[in-house]
Design a protein. Sequence first.
Length: 159
Amino acid sequence: MRTVCALVLLSSLVLGEGFQGKVIGVIDGDTVEVLVQRESKRVRLFAIDAPENGQAFGRRVREAAGRLAFGRTVKVVRHGTDRYGRTLGEILLSDGSILNERLVEQGWAWHYTRYSNSPRLAELEMAARRARRGLWADPQPVPPWEFRQTRRGSTTTTR
């Protein structure tokens, strides 16, 4: 399965839908900084949502993302741009795995169903929940979208 995912990602890169660079910063669990030809690009990991800095597990997910990607050359497959101007992307690691999937698989991020219907990410999240990996060790982890709304003072939640 990983080989198929890697081939799809690589074919997207060949078609000019992505870029390659070195991860020079991990902003939080789902946002990294990639250096591409002396230009820094902020990449928001597509289809996942991870705990925010200052939220339970926020520091640990940032560390996990750093262990997997910091200082490494990666390939980014673009899925558009978010409202903050960040590239939305999947990050292909040198071992052929996808950072977005690895974080969900290790239990550090949610499959962000508001923006994705990926069966692969859904499966990885369910397996992490069952195994109580990462943030799923907490009996009631707070989803980051709820945490953000609470910080903004909103009383309604959406997913």
